[in-house]
Design a protein around this ligand. Sequence first.
Ligand code: FMN
Length: 202
Amino acid sequence: MGEAAAKSAIMTALDGRAFRDALGWFATGVTIITTRSAADELVGFTANSFSSVSLDPPLVLFSLNRQAQCLRVFESSAHFAVNVLSAEQTELSSRFATAVHDRWHGVAFTTGEGGCPILEGAVAVFECAVHGMHEGGDHRIFLGQVLRMRAEAEGRPLLFCRGAYRELGPPLGQPAESAAPSSTSALDNGGLLAGLEPWVSA
Ligand SMILES: Cc1cc2nc3c(=O)[nH]c(=O)nc-3n(C[C@H](O)[C@H](O)[C@H](O)COP(=O)(O)O)c2cc1C
């Protein structure tokens, strides 16, 4: 088999299920990305495509399926908020990933930049101004500049790997007794967001 034929065989193997299964090995955190429409409608969806992009300026991204109900609102909003979920928030994650009558029923939140809902119980929040939108195949890529952030000093982040919710185990290469979550402050970030207005939570 020539090199070109071998390459195309690999591409065929990447189709559909096999591609998703391979991607599933990339363990991620879980976020709910929120915004507010011009008509004051609250919008949010569960996303694990969140990623950091740049330190200076501080940029992050997420990708949103072009078929998503909420796409139109995100495309016309100037701001979004990334709520990084804790291990106690699996139900919220599932709710914001399924078509339910009212995703926001009983959800506790405050209001951030541009009116974006900030979810109570998130371990970290990044409030962003939309910096750019880009085509990404069947998804649309949203780039945001972080304006404000908040991070809990302690907490258990929710993880997602191979189609299942998970939580952190002890750090590798350390004795079990030193495995307690480390205490980090919102500003202990190597200067990542130095100069940004720290968001003091109530
Ligand atoms: C853990 C997890 C991560 C997800 N990540 C994304 C994502 O990054 N982008 C995306 O478009 N959909 C993602 N989804 C699916 C959306 O949350 C789901 O399709 C949602 O209903 C889309 O919003 P809509 O109701 O406005 O269509 C994810 C679902 C789960 C459970």
